[in-house]
Structure formats: C-alpha cells, structure tokens
Design a binder for this molecule. Structure first.
Ligand code: GLN
Length: 494
C-alpha cells in the first residue's frame, strides 16, 4: 500500500486497517508485560520450595524496580536504534522476538536464565513499545482529525491486554507454578509477533524507512557509527556480567538498582540541560521546555505511587487481604486486572467530561495536579486497613479495589494528556525525542515504586503507605500552586 492509501483507508472502525495490526501487536505485548509483572514479585519472594527465588523483600523490590524502570528507560534507546539502524517497523519485530525469548528464559529453571531473561525483556520492550506508538502516529496524515481517536483505540488495546493476562498468567502461575505463567506470557507475545508479520501488509510504508539526512554517504556513516556504538554497549554489558559472575567484583541486585538510580539522575540532568541551556533555542522554546520539566517531575512522582500496583500493593494483596468471591478463593495477582477494567470503563466517561466542560476544561497542569491528588488519596485510604492488618488481621478486598479505582481516576487525568502535552511543548528539533522523555518519567516512577516495595518489611506498612500518601498529596498541592506559572510558561500551548 502506498502511504497515501494508508492515510485514506477507513476499514477498521473508520481508521486505517493497519491500526488493527498495531492494536493487536501492542495488546499482546502488554499481555506479556502485565502477565509477567503480575506474578514477578510473588516469584521473587516465594520460597524456593514453593517454586520461587526466595529473595528478601528488600532484594525483590530492587529487582522489580530495576526491571520495570529499565523497560521504560530503554524505550529511549529503542527509538534511537530504530531511527539510526533498523527502522521502526523492524524494531517492533525484533522487540517482539526478544520479549518472547526472554519470557521463555524466565520459564526455564536456573538463576542465570532468570537474569538473561530479564535483560532480553528490557531490551525487547525498549525496542517495541515506543516504536509501535510512533508507527500508529504515522498511519495518519499531518492534519488528520482521526489521530487522537486512533490513539484512544490503541490505548484500549493496551488495557485489554493488561486486563486478561493477570487472570490467565496469575491463575496458571498460582496453580501450576510461576514458570508456567511466564511461559504463557511468552506464548502471548509470540502470537503477537505472528499477527504483526501477517498484518504488516496493511501498514503501507509507515515506519519502514530510516529518516534521511539527504546525503546517502552521511546516512551510511551514521548507521555504521550507530552499529559500532550499540555493539560496544552490548559488549561492555556482557563483559560486566561475566566479571560479576566470575566474582571479580561484588554485584548484587540492590547495588545494580542503586547504580541505575544514579544513571537515571544523570540522564535527566543531561536531557534537561540540553533542552534548557543549549544556545540556539528561542526564548519561547526555552520557556516551553521549562514547562516540560514541571510536567516531567509531576509525572515521575505520579508513576512512583501508581506503579506500586505491582509491587508493594501486590504484597499487601497477598499477605493482608481477604481474597474470596462467590465462594472462590482467587489468586492475589487477579487484583492486577482491576485497573485496566476501570480504564476501559471510564476512559469514555472522561473523554465526554472534558468535552462537556468546554471552556472550563482544566488545563494540562491542572489535570496533572488532579492526577497526583487521586494517586495520593489512593494510598491515604489504605492507611486504616494497613493499621488493622498490622495486628495480623486480613482486610476486605474492597480496600484495594478502591485504591486501584482512585489510581485509575488519576491515570485518566494524567496519562492520556501527558504525552500529547509534552509533544506539543517540545521544540521542533526535539519532537521525535519527546516520547522517550515521557517514558523516562515513567522509568523514574517505576524505580521509586521498586524502592517503596524494598521497604515493605523494614517499616510498618501503615507508615509506608501513609508516607507515600503524604508525599504524593504534598506534590499535588505544589503542582496546584504551579498551575498558573506553568500555563504561562506554556506560552499559548493548550
Ligand atoms: N498502562 C499504560 C501502559 O502500559 C501506561 C503505563 C505507564 O506509562 N506507566 O502503556
């Protein structure tokens, strides 16, 4: 299909047929990601006799934070590799294959397989997630009004995958052993890869070609340098892993997670120094970048509490929550299904609400403040049941359901507008890079969510949940005070 044919195609609910291909690719990728994540913390903390790894909470939290934050951090690298070496289309294919192989490694007994599997999953998701979203954007012409609704449909795909997989992988994992759960996650991604290959013909040329400098020789040089850079980075990684395994230096999960924390800080400083201080930006561009920084910090803090859904909240679900419905005792990982159910139910309500409010629709910074407030309240309501559970009692399942509900209300304020606000604020030259910056904020949030889980058994749970609530509500108040200045910095961008 020629690009213009793709842009004109309306065969999938009024959208290009290629959207269906990408919808199902991302649905299966999220199936795999959330299915695996739903059981990860249990696999890490369960005793070896029960088929787990027998890690202490502190180590399990570090591994959880390291894995989930690297997945999003590598979306930055995945975009770069796609632009320089593989193209977006092939990047998604490579990512899908790496993810399936990674899940199958996790399904294989032996600690080395576990760590190799995690590394493949990080790289695979980094190659797939950001790039598939970019291809969605390329299905539409520049001024196509269907673009936003295309992304809403795509977000549904994400959440359908996230909804079904904890049910299946969680049940299989709890019943037959965690490794089988990882195997199902891998099989799901494999289905996605096959579907992607078969459906590729509907994508026209979207994501097929590398962006060109206009000079074929310069393009070739750029590609060669990029291959050398990626090859060297992988080589250094393998070398470090080998030295660690051989015991040349001490390498604990906690130490690696801490090092990643510092690396994240470094990346943020570099990215924002470039966006704010590089000579050559116009004053308006610089102001807008300052607004991006405010939204970035708010977003990282939001995900820090939100992403505990799969870490500290999962531990609370397993250890302190009564889990029974219609006489059936369901596995703790089924709680992971609650958020996507609420997203699917309430996303249309929010879309309607913002339209109905018309001129009174809150600005993006105001939505961010609201998102943080919901995220904080979600933890505040958990303090009383946490107090009760401190005496060894099991609390009602509806506490966690309410927490997940409030978190989702926050997600719907912040997540759908986040990326689009950041993209509109980015200087032209940095626009392609903005998806990576958005995922960087998610990455930092996930890292902090892992830190919180590390503290699970070293402080009273009510103190942990209360501190998260206080911190996040505090951040909401600061963000509320920043609404006006940030709107001013946005210089006309809505
Ligand atoms: N639930 C969404 C997804 O999986 C957003 C997650 C995030 O950005 N932390 O894509």
């Amino acid at each position: 299909m020629a690009p213009s044919d793709v842009h004109l195609d309306r065969s999938f609910f009024g959208h290009p047929r290629g959207l269906a291909t990408l919808f199902f690719t991302e649905m299966w990728e999220r199936f795999s990601y959330y299915g695996m994540r739903a059981i990860l913390i249990y696999f890490l903390t369960d005793t070896i006799a029960k088929g787990g790894l027998g890690f202490a909470d502190s180590k399990a939290g570090a591994v959880y934070g390291l894995y989930t934050s690297m997945v999003y951090l590598l979306c930055l690298g995945g975009g770069w590799v796609a632009d320089r070496i593989t193209g977006r289309r092939r990047a998604v294919l490579i990512g899908g294959i790496l993810i399936s192989v990674g899940e199958f490694c996790l399904a294989t007994p032996g600690l080395p397989f576990f760590y190799v599997g995690l590394a493949l999953l990080m790289m695979g998701t980094g190659m797939l997630k950001g790039n598939v979203s970019v291809i969605v954007g390329q299905l539409y012409g520049k001024d196509d009004a269907r673009r936003d609704s295309g992304f809403s449909i795509f977000y549904m795909g994400i959440n359908i995958g996230a909804l079904i997989s904890p049910l299946i992988c969680g049940w299989v994992g709890h019943t037959y052993g965690w490794r089988w759960g990882f195997g199902i996650a891998g099989a799901g991604m494999l289905a996605g890869v096959i579907q992607y290959v078969l459906g590729g013909k509907h994508l026209g040329s979207a994501g097929l070609h590398l962006p060109s400098t206009g000079d074929p020789e310069a393009d070739r040089r750029q590609k060669r340098n990029a291959i050398v850079a990626v090859g060297s980075a992988l080589g250094v990684l393998v070398l470090l892993a080998l030295l660690g395994i051989l015991g040349v230096f001490q390498m604990t999960a906690e130490a690696i997670a801490d090092a990643e924390g510092w690396a994240l800080c470094g990346v943020v400083v570099v990215v924002f120094s470039w966006l704010l201080f590089l000579p050559g930006w116009t004053p308006v561009e610089r102001k807008r970048s300052a607004a991006v920084l405010v939204l970035f910090v708010a977003s990282a803090l939001f995900w820090a509490s939100f992403e505990q859904a799969g870490s500290s909240l999962s531990l609370f679900a397993e250890r302190s929550t009564h889990r029974s419905m219609f006489g059936y005792d369901y596995p703790a990982s089924w709680f992971q299904t609650v958020q996507p159910v609420f997203v699917i139910a309430f996303a249309p309500v929010y879309a309607w609400l913002w339209l109905a409010l018309k001129r009174r629709e809150p600005s993006s910074p105001a939505k961010f403040a609201l998102g943080l407030l919901f995220a904080g309240l979600a933890f505040a309501i958990l303090v009383p049941p946490a107090l009760v559970s401190a005496h060894g009692a099991q609390v009602s399942q509806w506490w966690l359901v309410s927490t997940y509900f409030l978190q989702t209300m926050g997600e719907l304020c912040l997540s759908p507008v986040g990326l689009s606000a950041m993209t509109k604020l980015a200087p032209d030259r940095a626009a392609g890079f903005m998806m990576g910056i958005w995922f960087l904020s998610t990455s930092i949030g996930n890292w902090m969510a892992g830190k919180a889980a590390s503290l699970y058994s070293s402080m009273p749970i009510q103190t942990l949940f209360g501190s998260v609530a206080a911190f996040t509500i505090g951040a909401a108040i600061v963000m509320a005070l920043m609404i006006r200045p940030t709107v001013r910095l946005m210089s006309g961008v809505k």
